[in-house]
Design a protein around this ligand. Structure first.
Ligand code: F6P
Length: 346
């Protein structure tokens, strides 16, 4: 009996998931008798025994496509008391030898627990637009999202300039400011607000008015969805705070920030929330190549029985690291990047 490997994509989707699926299938095709089974909809597929074979034919043409042909979900094996037993039953029924889990922080943390607590032989691959997974210089998905943000900022720049307005652009990133910082630097933002550095609204308004006095009647602000005001200069009431910083789902700071800026400065201000646009679309060349490298590496980690480990990018090389190292803490925005962003404030 040949090697049987399952592959799943879990958590929020991102560009490059199909590239990684294709790479795993193509690498497996070089091993006599090896089979790949696609697990549909993340952990849900193992819980509900929803798997289907993936062949060279079924992955033809998927490299440039956004999303994931396997579907995804945010179901966690720890969410239901009977889930581990159901996963084990599917595993045995399908005669799986190994599982490749493609996920972000939540999915890979669950994979780490499944490996430690239930001993299922698995390896991980990092994907997320947020770039908040530790242990890898970059996951795939981030580069494409940043390019999407950059293009949007470019477009919003021209309309802000024409109308002499302040434009507040809200971006994703969960509790890390990577997308805001990279997208903002690439798009030439005048202010970038990230969760790692709580902001002072009075200072932002001063910057905008100073810019106006200097002859720049428009300004671009990029704000991360989890950026928040300092406590001693907070302009949001309790109810608004709990609406923006909801458990598990963030969003809305851009709207309130724009409203406050207009009220304080008198400069016409608009906001745009880029939302799920950042997760969609065709992967960039960087993400296609990185996803492909991760897919090939992960399959080779299976061949080498490197269980409980994750493919990672370290100093331009793809290596294998313990899953424990990747999920111990979230990777916050690098101070060096923030320092560069700050040079252009105002
Ligand atoms: O983790 C990726 C991400 O897009 C975050 O940037 C965002 O906060 C979250 O997922 C949105 O999650 P959902 O798809 O569950 O609304």
């Amino acid at each position: 009996m040949g090697l049987r490997v399952g592959i799943m994509t879990g958590g929020g989707d991102c560009p490059g998931l199909n590239a990684v699926i294709r790479a795993v299938v193509r690498r497996a095709a070089l091993v006599e008798g090896a089979e790949v089974l696609g697990v549909n909809n993340g952990w849900r597929g193992l819980i509900e025994d929803d798997l289907a074979p993936l062949t060279r034919q079924s992955v033809t043409g998927i490299l440039p496509r956004g999303g994931t042909i396997l579907g995804t979900s945010r179901i966690n094996p720890n969410d239901g008391p009977d889930y581990p037993a159901l996963i084990r039953a599917t595993w045995e029924r399908r005669r799986l030898d190994a599982l490749i889990v493609v996920g972000g922080e939540g999915t890979l943390r669950a994979a780490r627990d499944v490996w430690h607590e239930h001993g299922l032989p698995l390896v991980g691959i990092p994907k997320t637009i947020d770039n908040d997974l530790d242990g890898t210089d970059f996951p795939f998905g981030f580069d494409t999202a940043v390019n999407t943000v950059m293009e949007a900022v470019d477009r919003l720049h021209s309309t802000a300039e024409s109308h002499h307005r302040v434009m507040v652009i809200e971006v994703m990133g969960r509790h890390a400011g990577w997308i805001a910082a990279y997208g903002g630097i690439a798009g030439g933002a005048d202010v970038i607000l990230v969760p790692e550095h709580p902001f002072r609204i009075s200072r932002i308004c001063e910057l905008l008015q100073h810019r106006k006095r200097q002859g720049s009647a428009f300004s671009i602000i990029v704000v991360a969805e989890d950026a928040h005001p300092v406590e001693d200069d907070n302009f949001l009431d309790e109810e608004t705070l709990s609406q923006i910083y909801r458990q598990g789902r963030l969003g809305g700071i851009g709207f309130y920030l724009a409203r406050e800026i207009e009220a304080r400065t008198g400069i016409e201000t608009r906001h745009a929330n880029l939302g799920y646009v950042q997760r969609g679309g065709s992967p960039s060349a960087f993400d296609r190549v990185l996803a492909t490298r991760f897919g090939v590496k992960a399959f080779e980690m299976v061949l080498d029985k490197e269980w409980g480990r994750m493919a990672a990018l370290r100093c331009a090389k793809v290596v294998s690291i313990p899953l424990d190292d990747a999920v111990r803490k979230i990777k916050r925005l690098d101070e060096e990047i923030y320092h560069v962003a700050e040079v252009f404030f105002g």
